[in-house]
Write a protein that binds this ligand. Sequence first.
Ligand code: UD1
Length: 435
Amino acid sequence: MSTNNGYILVEQSLNLSGTASLLGAKNAALPIMASLILTSGKSVLYNVPNSADIKEMIELLEDLGAKIDFDKEKNILEFDGSFINKAEVKHEVMDKMRASILVMGPLLSRFKKARAAFPGGCLIGARPIDFHLKGFESLGVKITNDSEFIYATIDGQLKEERKIVLEYPSVGATENLVMFAVLQAGVTKIINAALEPEVLDFLEVLKKMGANISFEIPATIIITGVKKLNSVSHTIIPDRLEAGALLLAAAITGGNIELPDARPDHMDLFLEKLKQMGHEINIGFNNLSSNKNIKTGVKLIATKSQRAVNIKTCPYPGFPTDLQAPIMAALCLANGVSVVEETVFENRLMHVKELEKMGAQISVKNNKATVNGVDHLYGASVIASDIRASAALVLAGLAAKGKTQVFGINHWRRGYDKLEDKLINLGAKIEIINN
Ligand code: UD1
């Protein structure tokens, strides 16, 4: 496990309070950046977080031949895909970021062939790409492999009507398959598609480019191929996962917070769970600048006595797996027993062991963690195993007596853009120590 040398030093910081702004969702920005491969000409994306995963995607796209100018302070990314001339995802890139597989669909569409290195193992589960590959095959793409690469090629004409039935509403597979289908003549249906807010933002971008995309209840995406897609200008939706971390920071420290840009309609169940824990939630006090019908804004006033709640992660609109670890940090200090069930990834309870080092009482059986709330957590030296575990451990550190060192800073950097500064503005004592 790579933990890098640096760590996040967190000191107990009670009553975190104030207002924070949100950046765009990394998980929307990544597929949207990949979709720009389908265009030539200049596109502009606003509200792109300057996180390490975004940097990896920029490097990957530049390696393919794209011209990119990223203003990291203003979070504006300018993209010109006119010179993309390669259709390959290398090992080094795939190992660093699994989301690299997302370029396969658009490359295949643009060049009629693409090759990608096999993805490496991943700490939060095997994270295979079989749904992506089976999906391509059911659209008529030929998939072969050798020991190093997976090759995808289109031989001749695809069928006019195509259907993919996903075994599971995989976010990445849905996005990859859509990017392939948008430029293929005829109609493609993706049944049991993922419909996370980030996927919908990505589909919105494709529609702005000129793609013909519609939906059928309950979860089918219908794509009618068009000949060409145009460059685009788009503001990425606010990150519900950054919002979740900030709301929990106020919740776990007994403070209060206002997030004017947060989209409550993207996190209904999460907000419901915060209410069940006893926190006061107010929503929808602002108009979205681009669409007056959408209300933004979430305020949380923390209870001083959190109640235990049960959580079961599911595809959207279920409870997001990416907020499972962060909310567990708060449940460690709630009154009573909470059962947290992880159903999306098979190995995503690695933060439990680290929370236990801080005094949490948790027992794990298969994919279920039973959390017995305790009165106090204590600072310790802990290791984050993925992006969201890093948030969970920082949150626990804010509430814990004494000082906590969170190693695995690379994960924090992969998922968040200066979230530590936002927490410091609310009163948190956090320092990034780079050894
Ligand atoms: C995306 C998010 C990630 C989030 C996850 C679930 C991005 C960049 N990342 O990841 O933050 O936690 O959705 O909401 O958007 N699976 C297979 N075969 C496949 C594909 C997936 O078995 O071909 C399994 C995975 O191992 C996992 C489940 O399906 O158990 C869901 O994965 P998926 O929705 O594809 O997640 P990602 O797109 O990788």
